[in-house]
Ligand binder design. Structure first.
Ligand SMILES: NC(=O)c1ccc[n+]([C@@H]2O[C@H](COP(=O)([O-])OP(=O)(O)OC[C@H]3O[C@@H](n4cnc5c(N)ncnc54)[C@H](OP(=O)(O)O)[C@@H]3O)[C@@H](O)[C@H]2O)c1
Length: 367
């Protein structure tokens, strides 16, 4: 997800550009499915459009074909991800395209999912002209979170940290300090609404007592799963337990001998303490969470850094200083590898009075 630019503007094909834009409307809504967009063009006119809106509901191709009706026969279909070829909760999209009599299908990227892939071959076998985009990068980038989940069984980890001008995550250790301006809040709402889950450490949950919800200005009524992470036990009285704003999960390491008592409606899951944060992420992956926004304090940022689990780092740079007694962001360096690891900036922008920079690991993920 890019915060300050629109990658669809670099797509030459009008059909593919529109399909990309339609897919974006499903971002954050479709887990564990990918969000996909589809356009049907006949005689140079768009006759059908669709995007996947929710897991279990019709896929983008089926919606676009329904929108096109009889005009789908002999048409050129543009779709961001290879049409599926398997019976999941809905029938295969490849079969729907064949049954509709389309003539040609342009596809953004192949489906990396071994169960659902193979749709292109099925279309070709049925005599349909099929082509893949010569540059799959925009579609691969669009579905980066989902492909991470498919390939690694864990969600894409987006860590967000706010820093003062002198690079500190707060003014006094263990105390809530709001260092960003209103623009930062607006971006936080966008990030939360694009994520399947929002996670905080138990310590921040206790000190800040955040609600972690998407407020209406975030543009979505869907609330991400809210996760409180602990190696020991979950704080007992938190606002998010009782605000009625969506699901809450307390995720703690197993073997700590402490059974949590949590209010009714709050879920509890355990991960293996031997597996650390990676184990916690796999528990989320098993629940179909494809992307998680970690609103990290210094300990959690440091732990994710040490375990090399940050796929994307969003830094908010606020306009005040915190001083020499303020806590450091990096709490503990575990090994020389922690210092060797580098990230590269991929985006920068201004949001209200704050600056925001986006970082990804220097060594890119292989597709
Ligand atoms: N500047 C910002 O963007 C920002 C964001 C969030 C919070 N904050 C501030 O940060 C302060 C809290 O920071 P913090 O460092 O105490 O808390 P933190 O980094 O937010 O979270 C630490 C908590 O995460 C849990 N955890 C689970 N696995 C862990 C692991 N492998 N390593 C470390 N922790 C793990 C721990 O729970 P257990 O102790 O139960 O194991 C611990 O309480 C507050 O003052 C808050 O206002 C700032």
């Amino acid at each position: 997800m890019l915060l300050f630019s629109d990658p669809s503007l670099g797509i030459d094909s009008l059909g593919m550009r529109r399909a990309y834009q339609l897919a974006e409307r499903g971002r954050g809504l479709t887990a564990p499915n990918p969000f996909v967009g589809c356009v049907v063009i006949r005689d140079d006119q768009i006759v059908g459009e669709g995007f996947h809106e929710r897991a279990g509901e019709a896929h983008a191709e089926v919606r676009a074909l329904a929108d096109a009706g009889h005009s789908a026969r002999g048409s050129h279909v543009f779709v961001t991800l290879e049409p599926c070829s398997h019976h999941g909760r809905t029938p295969p999209c490849a079969d729907a395209l064949i049954a509709a009599g389309v003539a040609r299908v342009s596809i953004g990227m192949p489906d990396p999912n071994p169960i659902a892939g193979g749709g292109a071959a099925r279309l070709r076998d049925a005599g349909i002209d099929v082509e893949f985009a010569s540059d799959p990068a925009p579609y691969q980038d669009q579905l980066r979170e989902w492909t991470t989940w498919v390939r690694r069984g864990r969600p894409w980890v987006r860590v967000k940290v706010a820093l003062s001008l002198d690079g500190k995550p707060g003014t006094v250790a263990g105390v809530r300090s709001s260092i960003t301006g209103a623009g930062g809040l607006e971006t936080t709402m966008r990030l939360r609404s694009a994520s399947d889950a929002v996670l905080v450490g138990a310590s921040t949950a206790l000190i800040d007592d955040p609600r972690l919800t998407v407020r209406p200005e975030g543009g979505s009524q869907r609330q991400p799963l809210r996760v409180v992470l602990s190696r020991s036990s979950c704080p007992k009285d938190l606002k998010l337990f009782s605000d009625g704003s969506g699901r809450v999960l307390c995720l703690s390491a197993s073997g700590n001998g402490d059974e949590w008592t949590v209010p009714t409606g709050v879920e509890v899951e355990h991960y293996s303490s031997a597996e650390g944060l990676r184990g916690a992420l796999h528990v989320l992956g098993e629940r179909g969470i494809t992307s998680v926004l970690v609103e990290a304090g210094p300990s959690l940022f440091s732990a994710f850094w040490r375990e090399n689990l940050i796929d994307e780092l969003i830094l908010y740079h606020a306009g005040g200083v915190a001083g020499m007694t303020a806590p450091l962001l990096m709490q503990q360096v575990g090994s020389a590898g922690d210092l060797d690891r580098r990230m590269k900036a991929v985006e920068a922008g201004v949001s209200g009075e704050d600056a925001i920079t986006v970082w990804r690991p220097r060594v890119a993920e292989k597709y």
